[in-house]
Design a protein around this ligand. Sequence first.
Ligand SMILES: Cc1cc2nc3c(=O)[nH]c(=O)nc-3n(C[C@H](O)[C@H](O)[C@H](O)COP(=O)(O)OP(=O)(O)OC[C@H]3O[C@@H](n4cnc5c(N)ncnc54)[C@H](O)[C@@H]3O)c2cc1C
Length: 468
Amino acid sequence: MSKYDVAVIGSGPGGYVAAIRCAQLGMKTAIIEKYSTLGGTCLNVGCIPSKALLDSSHHYEDAVKHFEEHGIELPGEVKVNLEKMMERKSSVVSQTCDGVKFLMDKNKIDVLEGVGSFKDKTHINIKNSDGETETIEAKKSIIATGSKPANLPFIDLDKERIITSTEALKLKEIPKHMIVIGGGVIGLELGQVYRRLGAEVSVIEFMDRIIPTMDSALSKELRKVLKKQGVKFYTKTKVKSVSREGDEIIVKADDKKDKEVEFKGDYCLVSVGRKPFTDGLNADAAGVKVDDKGRIEVNEQLQTSVDNIYAIGDVVKGAMLAHKAEEEGSFVAEIMAGQKPHINYNLIPSVVYTWPEVAGVGKTEEQLKEEGVKYKEGKFPMRALGRSRASGDIDGMVKILADEETDEILGVHMIGARTADLIAEAVTAMEFRASAEDIARISHAHPTYAEAVKEAALAATDNRALHV
Ligand SMILES: Cc1cc2nc3c(=O)[nH]c(=O)nc-3n(C[C@H](O)[C@H](O)[C@H](O)COP(=O)(O)OP(=O)(O)OC[C@H]3O[C@@H](n4cnc5c(N)ncnc54)[C@H](O)[C@@H]3O)c2cc1C
């Protein structure tokens, strides 16, 4: 029987990063993955394919709508070749997954293919697709089994026309009318992909605003911009049934006035969140406890109810984000090695990769109000930047919230071109507990979108933004 210092179950961004860090720290490590490709949800059916399709559809939209104003004339009609677009996406995915395999080999991590299930707290059975089972011994284990799409109890997902994000990433035709249930990150990103490709898109959201966990100024601006792009929104609308008649999907809901409304389309994307995944893990056999939401219970050290077993990523509490899973992967490896790592959960950024991109970190204005914290605000519109005018990306703004007395930055919320990248400056500044004035006094290259961060900081400092 093979023996390891650490066995990692699941090869998503949590699991594979944990495995690399364990190997770097000198532990003999195995990673167990039930699928033949490594990388988990993020690489196979999440972050990477969705971004590939967002980029491709963005190029198409630019060609159709914006090339002309830049003085670019195309010889004929611009057409979408969906099959080719999907092929490119698949090739981006496979290159990225192969990259993870390369990293496993480079770090001498054994990759074991099959479903990992606990036999007891130090033994794991791995059953491959041929039905063969191998048992390994591991002094310590890390559960990184991730999540699966959530559903509403009354919806029968046929995975053909009533679909989750997984199927939406590989459609064979452009929907005529895609009904998106859930105005969160995944629904909006995939909704924007198909809207750009020509579909009518209707987003139904139960809450009173889209991306409800982010700062409300971002929800408002994103809704305005996506509306201009043709996406229709129905907030405060509660879906109560989804049915299929032939190729037609009928969604019934109660609107904000409690009146029944009906939507008819050819596809319905159910994007109502994700749920932790522990099927087949046999956590009970090791004594690992699961909470009432199906998540593996962990303490502050990400240790489960069993002392030699840890859990990370989407399968534990907290934001379901790849970079949160990665941080936790490194964290547990370092804990196991006797180090004292640290994760600041308040500073895990949230990002939506629509265009304009949306990003936020720290406290939202709603949270500060609720907590009774006295704060000041500095805002700067993207349209006032030379860089934005040059590219034509004038939508959006940066908003900085700082402590009224100390000027410490408490939250940064932005929407606009490349804000998914710009948010890193805010995270770095906040990790070092910078004040708004600190950012205001730092030189930012001109012309860049990043100047909006400096200007918002100037505005927060004492209302002295320069370019508005
Ligand atoms: C469409 C979409 C877009 C997304 N975009 C982003 C984004 O842009 N940015 C971002 O930060 N996050 C994004 N996410 C979320 C992100 O994918 C997840 O937060 C992340 O993948 C979680 O990582 P993880 O390692 O915890 O689990 P996962 O990535 O879910 O990996 C878990 C792995 O464990 C394997 N596994 C499960 N059980 C077993 C078992 N018993 N034995 C062996 N293997 C097992 C699974 O097969 C899987 O490969 C997106 C998600 C979706 C669906």
